[in-house]
Design a protein around this ligand. Structure first.
Ligand SMILES: [Zn+2]
Length: 113
């Protein structure tokens, strides 16, 4: 993954943004394995949707979620997958295509004893 340190990108309080598979990071931001894995998951999602539709779907879902309960950004399907698996170093090797479509409700539940 190509990494570019920039004071100006991303804007606002975000520390990093993945644009077309290139990671823009503010100076001084620590590039943890979790952060890199998170962004690699986004790159895989982008490729699944041929890049431009990924960004359109991302923004549309964020807009739809803005008036809903909870943090709209964290509840975007792409972010939910990336945050849920950013600590799993081998995740991309075993990830199913379009895994971001799977919601929490779809995941198998553990049976209570
Ligand atoms: Zn993310």
């Amino acid at each position: 993954m190509k990494i570019i340190r920039s004071r100006y990108v991303p804007f606002g309080h975000f520390s990093a943004i993945n644009l077309l598979g290139v990671l823009f990071v503010h100076p001084g931001v620590y590039l943890s394995q979790e952060l890199l894995n998170h962004e690699r998951i986004h790159t895989r999602q982008m490729l699944e949707l041929a890049i431009v539709p990924f960004y359109i779907a991302y923004v549309l879902e964020w807009l739809v979620r803005l008036p809903m309960r909870g943090n709209a950004y964290r509840n975007i399907s792409f972010e939910r997958e990336a945050y849920a698996h950013e600590r799993e170093a081998d995740y991309l090797a075993r990830r199913r295509p379009y895994a971001w479509l799977r919601t929490e409700k779809d995941k198998p539940r553990k049976l209570k004893p």
